[in-house]
Design a protein around this ligand. Sequence first.
Ligand code: ATP
Ligand code: MG
Length: 258
Amino acid sequence: MIRVAFVGKGGAGKSTIAGTFARLLARRGQPVLALDSDPMPGLPYSLGVGVDDHPIPDDVVVPGPEGGPRWVLRPDLDADDIVDRYTAPCPDGVRYLQFGNLWGPVVRLQQAQHAWSQVVAELDRDAWHLVGDLPGGTRQAMFGWAKYADTVCVVVEPTVKSMHTAKRLLTLSGAKWGPARLVLVVNKARNGSDAARVSERLGLEAAAAVPHDSAAGRADRRGAAPLDSAPQGALARSVDGLVDHVVSLYGLSEEVAQ
Ligand SMILES: Nc1ncnc2c1ncn2[C@@H]1O[C@H](COP(=O)(O)OP(=O)(O)OP(=O)(O)O)[C@@H](O)[C@H]1O
Ligand SMILES: [Mg+2]
């Protein structure tokens, strides 16, 4: 099964591309679990469900054992139970699992985060394709928040600052838990030379160059998903090409045909 996570500088387009990717993969008849580990979630919008403030509730955890994690799932619950009960249904059959968000007491966020991490670690590997979205920047990615993924897509805008962040993120392959594959995705490309310039600067060929799509930008102002507002738009078509590419990396091209 595919296990992919999207990282990159804040605003590069991680959530937009991750949500679109998850739905397009699900449209190929595949079970897809969208994993949001951003405490300020952006992924529900591109999945097409709008704001979702329903993290895993704090009463699913109990204090962990001495020397172990601070919180663990209640003994009567397992990862499948949590997915059944606390994921949001999205268009195209995608299920959405939220990490936890910060409204007040930090302890509640920590409880939801521990539950989320345990669920992701204990999920049946054959049940779901995982498509994850990380918070912007390098911190969480470097701290292993995407270690469930064996493919990490570094999303980069053709700007100097975004490329600087991407350059650091590309060192993730050297991390102990590092992903098997790093895939470069240039987003908001305005002309043919943008992708070439980014690839040259980062020393890695781009697997996809997603064009700047003003329809997607306009939809975002309304909180609408690109796939719903511009289903045949440039962004959707380009992300579908990225799905093809990732599917081929896993040798699944025949099984996961369009
Ligand atoms: N290809 C594109 N063309 C035009 N606008 C885009 C494109 N991709 C993303 N955007 C716009 O860029 C903005 C940031 O996108 P998004 O929220 O997906 O970024 P992000 O990397 O997830 O940000 P954050 O780090 O805050 O989570 C949004 O307004 C979105 O509509
Ligand atoms: Mg985001």
